[in-house]
Design a protein around this ligand. Sequence first.
Ligand code: BG6
Length: 491
Amino acid sequence: LIAGPSSMVMFGVTGDLARKKLLPAIYDLTHRGLLPPSFGLVGFGRRDWTDEDFQEYVRTSVSEHARTPFTDSVFEQLRGGLRFVTGEFDDKAAFDRLTEVVSELDATRGTGGNHAFYLSIPPSAFPQVCSQLADSGLNTPRDGSWRRVVIEKPFGHDLESARELNDVVEKVFRPEDVFRIDHYLGKETVQNILALRFANQMFEPVWNATYVDHVQITMAEDIGIGSRAGYYDGIGTARDVIQNHLLQLLALTAMEEPVSFRASDLRAEKEKVLSAVELPEDLAAHTARGQYVGGWQGGEEVASYLEEDGIPADSTTETFAAIRLDIATRRWAGVPFYLRAGKRLGRRVTEIAVILKRAPFLPFRSTDTADLGQNAIVIRVQPDEGVTMRFGSKVPGTQMEVRDVTMDFAYGMNFTEESPEAYERLILDMLLGDPPLFPRQKEVELSWKILDPITEYWAENMKPAPYRPGSWGPDTAHEMLARDGRTWRRP
Ligand code: BG6
């Protein structure tokens, strides 16, 4: 499917996300022939740039970060539709100029009155930008065309602010025209969770409390917070990635089979399972918070969180978070879901590990099964995309000795097709008006309902515990699982 005539107006086009992900994704879509020649892209920002300056900026961004090779002819196609509007968000005249540029694109480029507004800006700027869009009428489609708005997680910083933010946006755009980006849903391996579960007969029969002991969802990064102090320190790990990415992974792993893959059916199932999530009563025992200290990682000396540029020396923001959640349904009663995420951990890896119960009886001597662990189905979200199964197998030899082995499916070995980058997929789906991969407001609110009591408890009662860079988080995270008689996997 190829996007139709349209343009995208990008607010925050000089930001990191736009430069490293959004602009390259647009170039890659052009390269793959998925954007039509009648596509326009308008940057809006404070810089005093001409269209030519902006075109140079886009050229540099895509030649550095696009996945497909830089080709002059592809760039030329894109370049013809690149425009820049200089202005502040409170400058009415700038929005008048934006309206003129958008109409000029309709007239010269044939963008057909279809315009998407990508708010790659801090949520604090949403009210101003949204009301300017409304005042200039840019939110109102004419003659069968469409207007959409794209917003990025985190949507607010708690339930209340998420609602306020949503009111601001939905006052100006219809709910079906609001596209909320959680880029994890654009990842091929995340979409594969549903294929794995519902296109096969072998997984679903064991995917429940009768066979599953517990589930571990890990999102580990080896990087620190980089140059994002301003954003990160007010947020912390739980709000940055657990509220959105990890709870979406939980929802896809735990939800019931949707009636269809239409957005409304899919979202209904995710919402059902999110509303069945229960917090542990004892948050001190079943959650953990950490902050990285300085040290060595991968042969390099790295700063502590508190020494990072722009972080106050007494910051109590967490860079690691772990929580136990339960799901009060017949399928999952008694099966804990352990979620953990953090910066400066052992390595970059995101995975969902479904750990099965032990076989009820083993007709072997205990010495023959000393190396036997628990069966596991591990969905490797990244970076070695694939699925691993762990099970016991007889060790070759004259004894009946059983030991754990793994069986791997790797994308790279099985498919020649390349996975689109998450943002490519999501931008294309948004332009096509195809909503299944975008969470709706209800999911966002349910996720904050889960997280709010935890962050409130932490603010009052739990300071982050220190952990070494390159480790797997603070001791408290290990103690948290040990209390339940379990250990974290070493991915
Ligand atoms: C973002 C978070 O949503 O996801 C970042 O704000 C994090 O803190 C990033 O680094 C990780 O994305 P990915 O696709 O590299 O796993």
